[in-house]
Design a protein around this ligand. Structure first.
Ligand code: AHR
Length: 553
């Protein structure tokens, strides 16, 4: 039986049209009859500022993410900006992506950043970490890394979309010196160092100003197969002397996968054993959580437990959401352990890989390893996860959906000149309004969803979401997980009245609905004004993600 760790280990071995308006929002005065649910937003109970960085992304040299997804080449017939796919740039700008992680993932710990800089015709070809999972149908540059896209191109992509770069260093197979020299290449001022000259020679005299640096990736597995104690020693060594060049460098330690409490405990134990003050060298602990096990408790086998992205029944719909909902207890659990060693909670959680991971078979471009086609179900999972991060602003300082394009949990799918925004991409566009807002405690009361789980009764919450305040504007996002029932809900804003508002809803009558290259707008949000006559009553459609934007008096 193989689990996720073994999967990673094995990989190491080889080297709207119908969208809707089923909602019927209306306001009520004295007639409060009919609603079975209530949402209470507590304006006087702020939880903290929602970091824009939790609306972050991840791009790895894996399958079609970089080559075909982001990079099409300057001479491509696909519209591009210096080789970077233009339609992607235009779309990502709309979602206000704050930060993008690169170059992996597992790829990071077999990558030499020097291979990807310097004259393009001199860059070496290398076997990609993921070559093992590529198929005969995969493009050659997915198996053998041509290094046409490297640090310069990535930095340019970030600049074009207005996001900060977050680079993951190679701890498994390079040295601490290679790490600080990569920082020097990116950040040293023009004319100051040989590496700054090399950067300028490539056309980038202005430093890249990279603040976020990951020290390895999944160091318990593909990133070196370390024990947490061994990794803590490496972490200390890697961050001991790194020139900042005026940047407030933020080091992110490789953290646990899902329920690996022992990793968090072991890492912090070893870090503080040397010196309790050492926690201050850590900006964040990277936690990874993929929603993958749809076996209804039958197995923990990484291959057998996965479900299909497109073919699923209503039980699988609820199971995915239930599995995804574990994110909240994982955040709380790891945070509690961190607090045992870092009482002031200097170190925050960086959930730099999250999303659904299905079995292969739904890829829109045959041969794209790990690519899958997101449906409405994944839109609800995205809303659920983003709401969870919003509700824990003091704990989660960054999160990165894995991965931006042509992979798991992708916002976009592309192949050659074909492109579409997935339902997940639409959720990110809707939720961007939360960025930088003051998260507010919000109480959701709704009848639970009940369903039959292989002959046994199972249940799931009926409505959940998050709220944030931006001056006099309140943003409330809500997931209704019920596959077939709308939820008529009274929305109370304790401490203010509502002047005006808008509703944006992503829903569909078919829970399997998804977008494709041929049919790009099957799942698409609808926005309209809210009619305000007093307090708010809103009917959340079944199987929906909704954003209400309310102007407060
Ligand atoms: O996102 C795909 C892979 O999942 C990443 O490379 C790795 O970090 C994780 O196991």
């Amino acid at each position: 039986m193989i689990g996720r760790r073994q999967f990673i280990r094995n990989s190491m071995m080889g080297a709207g049209a119908l969208v809707f308006a089923r909602s019927a929002p209306y306001m009520f005065g004295s007639d409060a009859a009919g609603a079975d649910s209530r949402i209470e937003v507590l304006l006087d109970e702020p939880l903290g500022t929602i970091s824009p960085d939790i609306y972050g992304h991840f791009t790895e040299h894996l399958g079609g993410v970089i080559y075909d997804g982001i990079w099409v080449g300057e001479n491509s017939k696909v519209p591009n900006v210096n080789g970077l796919r233009k339609e992607l740039i235009d779309e990502v700008k709309k979602i206000k992506a704050s930060v993008v992680r690169y170059p992996g993932g597992c790829f990071a710990d077999s990558y030499d950043w020097r291979d990807g800089v310097g004259p393009v015709d001199k860059r070496p070809r290398r076997t990609n970490f993921w070559a093992q999972v590529e198929s005969a149908a995969s493009a050659t540059n997915h198996k053998y890394e041509p290094n046409r896209f490297g640090t310069n191109e990535f930095a340019q992509f970030c600049k074009l979309i207005g996001a900060q770069p977050y680079l993951a260093a190679n701890v498994r197979s390079l040295t601490a010196k290679d790490f600080y020299q990569w920082v020097e290449y990116c950040n040293s001022p023009a004319g100051s160092t040989t590496l700054a000259d090399q950067r300028a020679a490539a056309g980038f005299s202005e430093p890249f100003h990279v603040r976020y640096w990951g020290v390895g990736n999944e160091s318990w597995g593909c990133g070196g197969n370390f024990t947490p104690q061994e990794y803590a020693v490496e972490f200390r060594r890697f961050v001991t002397w790194v020139p900042g060049f005026g940047e407030n460098l933020a080091f992110i330690a490789s953290g646990p996968s899902d329920y690996s409490w022992d990793w968090t405990r072991g890492f912090f134990e070893e870090i503080v054993r040397k010196d309790p003050g050492q926690v201050r060298s850590i900006y964040g602990l990277a936690m990874h959580y993929y929603t993958w096990n749809l076996s209804r408790g039958r197995t923990h086998n990484w291959d057998e437990g996965k479900g299909d992205a497109l073919k699923f029944d209503v039980v699988d719909w609820y199971e995915l959401l239930r599995e995804g909902d574990a994110m909240e207890s994982l955040i709380n659990g790891h945070w509690q352990i961190m607090g045992e060693y870092d009482r002031e909670h200097h170190v925050k959680l960086v959930v730099d890989e999250w999303g659904a991971w299905y079995r292969p078979g739904s890829e829109m471009t045959p041969g794209d390893a790990l690519e899958q086609t997101p449906t409405l179900r994944d839109a609800l999972l995205a809303g659920l996860n983003l709401d969870t991060f919003n509700r824990h602003p003091e704990k989660v300082s960054m999160a990165n959906s894995a991965q931006l394009i042509n992979c798991l949990n992708s916002l976009y799918l592309a192949h050659e000149d074909k492109f579409c925004v997935t339902p997940i991409g639409h959720v990110f566009a809707m939720y961007a309004a939360h960025q930088g807002g003051q998260s507010l405690r919000t109480i959701f009361s709704a009848p639970n969803v009940s369903y039959d789980r292989d002959g046994k009764p199972a249940s799931f919450w009926g409505l959940k979401g998050s709220a944030s305040l931006h001056d006099k504007e309140l943003v409330l996002t809500v997931v209704n997980p019920h596959a077939s029932e709308a939820r008529e809900t009274d929305v109370g804003i304790r401490g203010a009245s509502v002047k005006s508002g808008t509703e944006t809803t992503l829903a569909h009558s078919d829970i399997h609905a998804h977008n494709s290259f041929q049919d790009r707008e099957v799942v698409k949000p609808q926005t309209k004004p809210l009619e305000i006559k007093g307090s708010v009553r809103y009917t959340f459609p079944s199987a929906s993600v909704t954003r209400l934007t309310l102007s407060l008096a």
